[in-house]
Design a protein around this ligand. Structure first.
Ligand code: FES
Length: 61
Protein backbone atom coordinates (compact mmCIF):
# COMPACT_ATOMS: atom_id res chain seq x y z
CA UNK A 1 0.00 0.00 0.00
CA UNK A 2 1.37 3.36 -1.00
CA UNK A 3 -0.92 5.61 1.03
CA UNK A 4 0.46 7.27 4.15
CA UNK A 5 -1.44 6.74 7.40
CA UNK A 6 -2.06 10.47 7.72
CA UNK A 7 -3.52 10.73 4.22
CA UNK A 8 -7.22 11.45 4.11
CA UNK A 9 -9.30 8.61 2.70
CA UNK A 10 -12.63 10.40 3.16
CA UNK A 11 -12.56 14.13 2.53
CA UNK A 12 -16.15 14.62 3.65
CA UNK A 13 -15.44 13.38 7.18
CA UNK A 14 -11.66 13.96 7.33
CA UNK A 15 -11.08 10.26 8.04
CA UNK A 16 -7.49 9.08 7.49
CA UNK A 17 -6.20 5.82 6.12
CA UNK A 18 -4.61 5.25 9.50
CA UNK A 19 -7.95 5.51 11.29
CA UNK A 20 -9.54 2.96 8.96
CA UNK A 21 -6.52 0.64 9.30
CA UNK A 22 -6.73 0.93 13.09
CA UNK A 23 -10.43 -0.03 13.09
CA UNK A 24 -9.80 -2.90 10.65
CA UNK A 25 -7.08 -4.19 12.95
CA UNK A 26 -9.60 -4.14 15.80
CA UNK A 27 -11.90 -6.37 13.76
CA UNK A 28 -14.31 -3.78 12.36
CA UNK A 29 -14.39 -5.10 8.79
CA UNK A 30 -17.79 -3.92 7.69
CA UNK A 31 -18.11 -0.72 5.68
CA UNK A 32 -21.31 0.21 7.53
CA UNK A 33 -19.61 -0.14 10.90
CA UNK A 34 -16.59 1.81 9.69
CA UNK A 35 -18.93 4.50 8.39
CA UNK A 36 -20.81 4.70 11.68
CA UNK A 37 -17.59 5.01 13.65
CA UNK A 38 -15.83 7.58 11.47
CA UNK A 39 -18.41 9.32 9.30
CA UNK A 40 -16.66 7.96 6.21
CA UNK A 41 -19.05 7.12 3.33
CA UNK A 42 -21.75 9.24 4.93
CA UNK A 43 -21.28 12.19 2.59
CA UNK A 44 -20.65 12.01 -1.15
CA UNK A 45 -19.78 8.30 -1.03
CA UNK A 46 -16.77 8.62 -3.32
CA UNK A 47 -14.45 7.10 -0.72
CA UNK A 48 -16.39 3.84 -0.56
CA UNK A 49 -14.29 2.07 -3.21
CA UNK A 50 -11.06 2.96 -1.42
CA UNK A 51 -12.44 1.72 1.90
CA UNK A 52 -13.72 -1.50 0.34
CA UNK A 53 -10.23 -2.00 -1.13
CA UNK A 54 -8.65 -1.64 2.33
CA UNK A 55 -11.11 -4.21 3.70
CA UNK A 56 -10.19 -6.55 0.83
CA UNK A 57 -6.48 -6.06 1.43
CA UNK A 58 -7.00 -6.87 5.09
CA UNK A 59 -8.64 -10.16 4.13
CA UNK A 60 -5.77 -11.03 1.81
CA UNK A 61 -3.11 -10.56 4.47
S1 FES B 1 -15.22 11.34 0.58
FE1 FES B 1 -16.11 9.99 1.99
S2 FES B 1 -18.23 10.45 1.93
FE2 FES B 1 -17.32 11.94 0.60
Amino acid sequence: MTEQLNDIICHCSGTTYGKIMELLAKGHQDVTVLSNKTGACSGCGSCEDAILRLIDEQHNN
